[in-house]
Write a protein that binds this ligand. Structure first.
Ligand code: ZN
Ligand code: ZN
Length: 410
């Protein structure tokens, strides 16, 4: 468990570095009822730094499961008007959103997949406008994480629930730099470092990134035309920066989906819909997967790779050094916020329009012309081993070392 001071420092990170709340702003905290204690600390912190009003949006994962088991498919696809109105209020009032992502990765185990899909599609559809408001940075938002019992137990199955929660707090405290004298300062410094590296990558405008290691990875990833490397802070539409993911360690951009060649071997297991896929390798030619093997979870890998055409190419390349605190923890969190930040990764499927210049205003056709990959899927898989060497190759053939033995050299 953290000290009260550490909890307050953590809340300050969410309010000031994450959502970057401004004086007089309304704040919405969205979290599971299990996280109420920490939500209270965030609310007090928001008022301390000048929030006009703090609004709560409670969730309850256990009730979510009870609903999924008890309600009919029809009932689950009707989204109540007042929930949509609530989201519209958030948009109109330009609130800043602080979400606490914490939950049992297995909460829906045994529920009807057909019902779950129908319910999630109905909600996605009903909340389209709200999602656009967050994806286009009309609202400033952030996600942080704290342990819950069921989740901690999944991460540390050999411990009892209480010990598992303690152990996870300890890990999160280190990852969130709460064990430093001034975490807010430590994060500003960390974000500066990420930005400096992103600038370096953008200034070189590399044609290819080459990844090589002793597991047999030897891959050339061409980058999308006019690609942009992004990291940490994004710009709100109001010109105020914010950091959507806390923690964040990655610097990422879009591959060119017709310029990927070679072989890549995974570095960590890929957990997808409760399936573990491991010891796998993928071969690419001209941007497409031409062959794949997996010693563990081959069928699950095949399920991913047969979703649509676009899933056979890549939508993201992200670079993370082996000395980042998440990587050093060696913990598999079963939660994207952490796991995606533990190792260099690639993603099968869709690219982010923000990773190409002017991408938010482009049509699907224009994006495709830049080599931006499109798919229903976006599945990250980890490739950054402790010995990985990564080079950038410019259009005139100059080779610039970026990673040596799993860590940044720039
Ligand atoms: Zn990523
Ligand atoms: Zn990703």
């Amino acid at each position: 468990m953290l000290t009260q001071q550490q909890l307050e420092n953590f809340a300050e990170l969410a309010v000031r570095v994450g959502a970057n709340m401004q004086r007089g702003q309304e704040v919405v905290i969205r979290c599971d009822v299990q996280c109420a204690d920490f939500a209270h600390v965030i609310a007090q912190t928001a008022y301390k730094f000048g929030a006009k009003r703090v609004l709560m949006q409670w969730r309850d994962e256990v009730l979510g499961r009870i609903d999924m088991l008890g309600a009919s498919k029809e009932a689950l696809t009707e989204v109540p008007d007042y929930l949509i109105a609530q989201n519209n209020y958030y948009i109109q009032h330009k609130v800043c959103l602080i979400s606490i992502s914490a939950g049992d990765p297995n909460i829906m185990k045994g529920c009807d997949p057909d019902k779950m899909k129908a319910s999630s599609l109905a909600n996605m559809h009903a909340n389209k406008e709200f999602r656009n408001a967050t994806m286009s940075n009309l609202l400033r938002w952030t996600i942080v994480s704290i342990p819950t019992k069921a989740w901690a137990k999944q991460v540390f199955p050999q411990l009892d629930a209480e010990q598992a929660v303690d152990k996870m707090w300890e890990a999160i405290a280190h990852i969130m730099r709460l064990d430093t004298p001034n975490p807010t300062e430590a994060w500003r410094k960390h974000i500066d470092t990420l930005h400096r590296r992103a600038r370096f990558l953008n200034e070189h405008n590399f044609e290819y990134i080459r990844l090589r290691n002793s597991r047999g990875t030897d891959l050339r990833v061409g980058l999308a035309t006019d690609h942009v490397w992004l990291a940490a802070e994004e710009m709100g539409q109001d010109g105020i920066p914010f950091t959507a993911n806390m923690p964040t360690e990655e610097i990422f951009t879009a591959p060119h989906n017709r310029k990927i060649d070679g072989k890549v071997v995974n570095a960590l297991p890929l957990v997808n819909n409760g399936n573990v896929i491991d010891d796998f390798e993928i071969t690419f030619k001209d941007g497409r997967v031409t062959d794949y093997k997996a010693k563990v979870g081959y069928d699950a890998l095949r399920n991913i790779l047969t979703t649509d055409e676009g899933v056979l190419s890549l939508g993201e390349i992200a670079l993370i050094g082996k000395h980042s605190p998440i990587a050093e923890s060696g913990i598999l969190f079963y939660n994207t916020l952490f796991d995606e930040n533990a190792s260099c990764h690639l993603a099968f499927g869709a690219s982010y329009p923000t990773t190409v210049k002017g991408g938010n205003e482009m049509t699907a056709q224009q994006l495709a012309a830049h080599g931006m990959n499109q798919s229903l899927q976006h599945v990250d898989f980890m490739v950054g081993t402790k010995d990985i060497d990564i080079d950038g190759i410019t259009f005139d053939g100059k080779v610039v070392a970026l990673f040596k033995d799993g860590e940044w050299v720039i």
